[in-house]
Design a protein around this ligand. Structure first.
Ligand code: TRP
Length: 335
């Protein structure tokens, strides 16, 4: 059997939080340590331009996100870790795919439709208000990200399933027309219930503003933990672990034994203040080292840059020859 190749894009926006770590970063790093798969991880900075038009923010964010993954233990020798915009073949394939993509298919994209709906609800004259071609054709760029490296498996959040279906559709149409050149990728979605609870008990997400940033200072981390919403049960009263954010976060960072231990404390009626203190200490002990590495990398962007350049060189060693093959297939041949 051919090797499985996992590939996923990391959006370079926002401040990475515990939920990103537990839901995406940690599983990706674990996967990269497995010997039986190939892993491609890239910073989706072309995608960042869709939503962010502030050059300083775009630049800062891609550095921060790269430093985050490296600080948390991603080993660039065990995967191909690169920046999308360092691989211009992605853009070239994007155009070839764009010319094979039915506009009607893009009309059905959830991300696009959601904005149209917002415009309609706001009573706007123009349903496409504020929608750039970047947003509209975003699924084509995403398809190119995947297809240029012949990925077989693409781990993404559930909100991205439609984009994977579109990537397959587009690839199929290309193959039908030009020959079997593109590999149809399979989507890999996280198990139900693998998302982390946030400060207010809902899923930890920047859109809910209930996150705990990964690399905030120790002092701020403590403050965040103290803000986790609990109920009015007093110390001594037994507490339910089910649906409790403190417990959920504890569990995400603990062994089975430590989790059982915490369940015991809950049953015995540990006070919320004490539990928060314990959770803070646990998180801080897990994050102290990566936080230091993160700060060191942020202070030395040249080191991050050289890691990314090495990743880009490995990536381009594949995308370069492949795009040549694709150029030929579509008729862009040299005389
Ligand atoms: N759109 C993805 C997200 O928002 C990120 C992404 C961009 C991606 N290109 C990709 C994920 C290619 C997987 C494969 O999460």
């Amino acid at each position: 059997m051919a090797t499985q190749r996992f590939l996923t894009g990391i959006t370079t926006s926002g401040t990475p939080h515990l939920g990103n770590y537990v839901g995406a970063i940690r599983p990706a790093i674990e996967a990269s340590r497995r010997a039986d798969t190939e892993n491609y991880y890239f910073l989706a900075d072309y995608h960042a331009l869709i939503k962010c038009h502030d050059p300083a923010v775009v630049a800062q964010s891609r550095l921060e996100i790269a430093a985050t993954w490296l600080a948390l233990g991603l080993d660039p020798d065990r995967c191909v870790f690169y920046r999308q915009s360092d691989v211009p073949e992605v853009m070239e394939l994007t155009w070839m795919l764009t010319c094979m993509t039915a506009k009607g298919l893009m009309n059905r994209a959830h991300a696009y439709k959601a904005v149209v709906q917002e415009n309609e609800e706001a009573g706007s004259q123009d349903p496409d208000k504020g929608i750039t071609m970047g947003l509209f054709s975003y699924p084509v760029l995403m398809a190119a990200d995947i297809l240029i490296f012949k990925a077989t498996h693409v781990p993404v959040g559930r909100d991205q399933i439609q984009h994977l279906e579109m990537a397959r559709d587009i690839a199929q149409r290309f193959n039908h027309h030009y020959g079997e050149l593109l590999v149809l990728p399979e989507v890999v979605v996280p198990e139900e219930g693998s998302t982390l609870a946030g400060l207010d008990g809902r899923k930890m997400s920047k859109s809910y503003n209930n996150t705990i940033p990964l690399f905030e200072t120790e002092k701020k981390l403590r403050k965040s933990v103290m803000r986790i919403v609990t109920n009015s049960l007093e110390p001594g009263e037994p507490k339910d672990t089910e649906g409790n954010s403190l417990f959920a976060i504890w569990r995400a960072f603990s062994s089975a034994e430590e989790t059982a231990e915490a369940a015991q404390w809950f049953a015995e009626g540990i006070g919320w203040g004490d539990m928060k203190q314990k959770l803070f200490e646990k998180l801080n002990s897990e994050l102290a080292e990566p936080r230091e590495r993160y700060n060191a990398l942020m202070a030395n962007p040249a080191e991050v840059e050289s890691i990314l350049q090495a990743g880009a060189a490995r990536a381009r060693a594949e995308s370069g020859p492949f795009v040549e093959q694709l150029r030929e297939a579509v008729g862009l041949v040299r005389a």
